[in-house]
Write a protein of this length. Structure first.
Length: 461
């Protein structure tokens, strides 16, 4: 799918990657660590930047456009997604495409993308893209899983206070003209215990915010994770549930977390405690939550995510969607929000920077760290004083003997450094070679391109 392209050396500013989230755990956004060089390095460019064509759909954030403009890429921008036939026509000659959740990049669409090198999903999810087919064609896909962590953590804090003070109910009553000034069972959150399940990007941010409000923080995680502040990790979920006034779920959707919160977990919670689920709709058994609220075991709950969610805005949150909807809606002190935990202007702008930087870094330098469908490979930059150096990017089928063939082709030159990794059927080799003349570049490209198991070849210099 990726085609030979003409190459030029250009001296433009190197893209700097922005770390947009922080967490003490080992899933920390590794992309921010992918260019570790401290001294200035040679700026690589894939080809004349004016020739790099990028199609941006669905009103991708301005922060991303700024990054691509700075690189001199040719940008075609659309506020909406495109009908499939138009998308097929436009994707034929672009090198990169940026989408959000509405554009479906199926095999049928991608098979027309003859020049495509990379796809950027300016959102969290990537199931709108046929990831496997893209990888088989040598197309890396990037997303932004952690840019909205802070937004979710802040909303959770707001919910803890709102539940504790029954503000949701008071607001609904006053909208209906009912003045109901009460203080019974309304509490300050200072001195109360928050139990966080899943101490990753969001859970750890929440931990810091909660302590600033004077809360005590416990957390439970399948990994041993260093505490922030004075939070304490507990070794069992039961201990956390027994001791917490507020329990907030921040686990990913996995087979282990599916319905991990049901009747036994509600029974283990303190009487009059609160549950918050801003993680995934598959994690909590909602009928069990309804029972716990009806029995008065829980004093309230906040739910942002549901087993079935409408595909678009409108009057779709009803019993047809989830059979228990009206029962849930009828309960007291329950905050229901339409999956807006991460929906802020700041998160959108951080997503633009994160995905925009990842795309630029992949196009210009071949760095695939953070790709969701592709082997993750990165090399430190080439030294400024290294003349006649070329970076070889070779994507190939993951079969025995390929590296022998490739290194044979490269062996007339000095291989300064190289790194290779595989993921499933696809492997990716990156090598910096020196002592390469401009005539060599053409023949190197032709030789590599003619190898049996090649998927795509690019040379950067
Ligand atoms: N409501 C929203 O709009 C919104 C926005 C962003 C993310 N999310 C969701 O929030 C959740 C957390 O996101 P994150 O970015 O913090 O993820 P993360 O990967 O950074 O952290 C998840 C943590 O959960 C832990 N974990 C995994 N399985 C566990 C288990 N069975 N028990 C206890 N801990 C477990 C992991 O070890 C990790 O530390 C995800 O489900 C994500 O999809 C929701």
């Amino acid at each position: 799918m990726s085609q030979p392209i003409s190459f030029l050396t250009q001296s433009l500013e190197k893209t700097t990657l922005t770390a947009v989230s922080a967490s003490p755990n080992n899933s920390y956004n590794a992309r921010s660590l992918s260019i570790p060089s401290l001294k200035p390095t040679k700026t690589l460019k894939p080809f004349s930047t004016g020739d790099v064509k990028i199609l941006l759909l669905e009103n991708v954030n301005q922060t991303a456009i700024n990054i691509f403009e700075k690189q001199g890429y040719q940008i075609e921008f659309h506020k909406t997604s495109l009908p499939e036939d138009e998308l097929i026509e436009k994707i034929k000659d672009v090198h990169a495409i940026g989408i959000r959740s509405k554009t479906k990049l199926t095999k049928n669409v991608l098979k027309h993308a003859k020049n495509l090198v990379v796809i950027g999903c300016f959102c969290i999810g990537t199931n709108q893209v046929d990831l496997e087919y893209a990888a088989d064609q040598g197309v890396a896909v990037f997303n932004s899983p952690f840019s909205n962590s802070r937004s979710v953590a802040e909303m959770t804090i707001a919910e803890i206070i709102t539940l504790s003070r029954q503000m949701g109910d008071r607001s609904i009553e006053l909208h209906q003209g009912i003045w109901n000034k009460v203080s019974a069972k309304c509490w300050e959150i200072r001195g109360k215990t928050l139990g966080i399940i899943g101490y990753g990007h969001i859970g750890s941010q929440l931990s810091v915010l909660a302590e600033a409000f004077g809360m005590n923080v416990l957390y439970y995680d399948v990994l041993m994770i260093m505490a922030l502040g004075t939070a304490k990790q507990v070794s069992t979920l039961e201990e956390l549930l027994n001791k917490s006034d507020f329990v907030s779920l921040h686990v990913p959707e996995t087979p282990d977390t599916k319905l991990m919160f049901g009747t036994p977990q509600f029974a283990a919670m303190k009487d009059g405690s609160y549950l918050i689920n801003n993680s995934r709709g598959s994690v909590v058994e909602i009928p069990a939550l309804i029972d716990a609220l009806k029995l008065g075991k829980l004093a309230g709950a906040a739910i942002d995510v549901y087993p079935q969610e409408p595909a678009k805005n409108g009057p779709f949150f009803n019993n047809e969607l989830n059979s228990w909807t009206s029962e849930l809606q009828s309960l007291k002190n329950i905050i229901l929000t339409p999956h807006i935990g991460g929906s802020t202007e700041e998160a959108q702008s951080a997503i633009g920077i994160e995905v925009g930087s990842a795309l630029t870094s992949y196009i210009n330098e071949g760095t695939s760290t953070g790709a969701v469908n592709f082997p993750e490979v990165a090399l430190r930059g080439l030294d400024l004083d290294q003349d006649n150096a070329v970076r070889v990017l070779y994507i190939h089928q993951n079969v025995p003997g390929v590296l022998k063939t490739v290194n044979n082709i490269l062996s007339d030159h000095n291989i300064e450094k190289q790194f290779s990794d595989s993921r499933g059927d696809v492997a990716y080799l990156m090598a910096d070679i020196s002592g390469v003349t401009s005539e060599d570049i053409k023949s190197l490209y032709e030789e590599l391109n003619a190898t049996q198991y090649k998927i795509a070849v690019r040379l950067l210099y």
